[in-house]
Design a protein around this ligand. Structure first.
Ligand code: VGL
Ligand code: ZN
Length: 196
């Protein structure tokens, strides 16, 4: 299978690769650390083509409505400025564009497009196609992909570079099926780049 040709309209979007979502973190995703090596390969690939890298981060206020102590579904995680909100140290994100999301106390936002202006930012830069990867498949990746497609972007998915929380068994597989259903295309990393 021949590699997908990357060019001017392409960008990489890494969703929430943060310490709290890694094993040992307050909302640790099972095998979440398995995404780090493939994400670094994606970063290298996009940099080699001089293409931009975007990285979103969950960036909650201390009393966020999604936290269990405020009546929400999740343990406290990714409080803005905290150690748990930092990007995984193993990632080479130096020149990535950072998109902070879910920053308001009273609303949660799983999607990197929700309330961030990301769609306009990407359009202004001529970006038409994204590879999306990161954490977690069944929440922030899913919602980011669905919103990105609805906003008119072509979306490629790198399943090897994402992992699911799986609150219910099978959530990750169902999320993947929904993303493909919505029009995303799965890709794999190979020595020659991205292949369908
Ligand atoms: C996420 C649960 C709560 C995610 C964020 O990044 O997928 N999941 N907040
Ligand atoms: Zn969150």
């Amino acid at each position: 299978m021949s590699a997908i040709v990357l060019g001017g309209g392409d960008a990489l979007l890494i969703v929430d690769p943060q310490v709290d979502f890694l094993p040992g973190g307050s909302l640790g995703v099972p095998q979440g650390d398995a995404v780090l090596a493939p994400i670094n390969r994606l970063i290298d690939l996009y940099r080699a083509h001089a293409l931009p890298v975007y990285v979103s981060r969950d960036w909650h206020p201390a009393l966020h409505c999604s936290f269990a102590d405020q009546g929400g579904p999740w343990p406290v995680h990714c409080v803005a400025g905290s150690d748990g909100a930092r990007f995984a140290k193993a990632l080479q994100l130096d020149d990535a564009v950072v998109v902070s999301k879910a920053t308001t106390v009273e609303v949660d936002a799983y999607s990197a497009f929700n309330g961030t202006g990301l769609a306009d930012t990407l359009r202004e830069r001529g970006i038409r196609r994204l590879v999306v990867c990161g954490l977690a498949t069944d929440y922030c990746v899913l919602n980011t992909v669905v919103d990105g497609l609805a906003a008119g972007f072509e979306v490629l998915l790198a399943p090897e570079a994402m992992r699911a929380v799986n609150v219910n068994t099978g959530d990750g597989e169902r999320a993947l099926a929904r993303m493909l259903d919505a029009g995303a295309m799965p890709v794999q990393l190979s020595n020659s780049g991205l292949v369908p």
